[in-house]
Design a protein around this ligand. Structure first.
Ligand code: 13P
Ligand code: SF4
Length: 303
């Protein structure tokens, strides 16, 4: 990012008492200027610890909503209100109520990639980095995992003592990474470990050497002695992978590992959001109260 713009952003942050949080999928120049960059879990924890009154969230809507739910007294500003995760809308309150009626001993486990409305009727939230740990700590036998089918199945395989009911939500970006493409990439780069996000389909996960959240993928590659890696997640992670590992090589395997919503978060939009402190996340007090419970339970169970 040009020095002039960096200066402008820093000046606006001072004037407006604003902190910038960014997810690893946004453009590299936005990651570069952000105060904190991380995976969904890290960002939700950081949001509860920053002193600034204004939290500017460079990520998709559900991330900003989670920050607001955990910090109702703060202003949470989305860099682009249209940057929404389609998977967050792939389950309904009615479906959750219907499944609840079928099982006496049920916990509704809601992936953080979900709307506030869905969180409000769930028992506990999870992110990709804590889902296995959190689900293991839930006392109930039946787990209704919403909305992501792939993450649900990945977690279920590691928690065989529970009985899972799955939903059919998915991330179109991770689903577009095909096992056939990965097999071809493995032939082209023999010996390169395959690092995969658990939103990928089961056949891609099975061909992988490591499965984890965006931060976990970055940590794995950074600690590894290998020189090249195949990356099965959104290509925004390549920025931090390359920053931390300038001598290593990282190859995406699919044609379209790009989240169009995360890419709406640009440096221009970031400057506008800081100038106007808008658009803010707006949720009713009741919604915040109801949706806070499963998020707080996640923070406690993930410890
Ligand atoms: P992480 O929690 O691993 O950063 O993932 C967020 C996400 O949206 C994955 O598609
Ligand atoms: Fe949603 Fe997939 Fe984009 Fe993540 S990569 S924000 S799950 S659409």
């Amino acid at each position: 990012m040009e020095a002039e713009r960096v200066k402008r952003i820093k000046q606006l942050q001072q004037e407006k008492d604003a902190v910038i949080l960014a997810h690893y999928y946004v453009d590299g120049d936005v990651q570069q200027i952000a105060d904190y960059v991380g995976d969904s879990f890290y960002l939700s924890k950081v949001a509860t610890q920053v002193p600034q009154q204004n939290i500017v969230f460079a990520g998709v809507t559900f991330m900003g909503e989670s920050a607001k739910i955990l910090n109702p007294e703060k202003n949470v500003i989305l860099v682009d209100a249209d940057a929404d995760c389609p998977m967050a809308h792939m389950v309904t309150v009615e479906r959750i109520r219907a499944v609840r009626e079928q099982y006496a001993d049920l916990a509704v486990v809601c992936y953080v990639n979900s709307t506030a409305e869905i969180k409000a009727v769930s028992d506990v939230c999870v992110t990709s980095s804590n889902a296995v740990r959190v689900v293991k700590n839930i006392p109930k036998k039946h787990i209704f995992f919403v909305p992501d089918n792939n993450l649900g199945r990945y977690v279920a395989a590691q928690v065989p003592e529970k009985e899972f009911i799955f939903h059919d939500g998915y991330c179109h970006v991770h689903k577009s990474i095909l096992a056939e493409e990965l097999k071809a990439a493995k032939k082209a780069y023999p010996g390169a470990p395959v690092l995969t996000h658990p939103e990928c389909t089961e056949d891609v996960v099975e061909l992988s050497d490591f499965v984890g959240s965006t931060s976990e993928i970055i940590d794995y590659a950074t600690e590894s002695a290998c020189a090249e890696f195949l990356i099965c997640t959104e290509t925004g992670v390549l920025y931090e992978l390359q920053q931390k590992n300038p001598d290593k090589k990282f190859y995406p395997v699919g044609e379209s590992q790009i989240c169009p919503n995360m890419k709406k978060i640009t440096a221009d939009r970031l400057v506008q959001a800081l100038e106007t402190l808008a658009p803010v996340v707006e949720l009713s007090e009741q919604m915040i109260r109801d949706a806070a419970e499963p998020l707080k339970r996640m923070l406690a169970l993930a410890k």
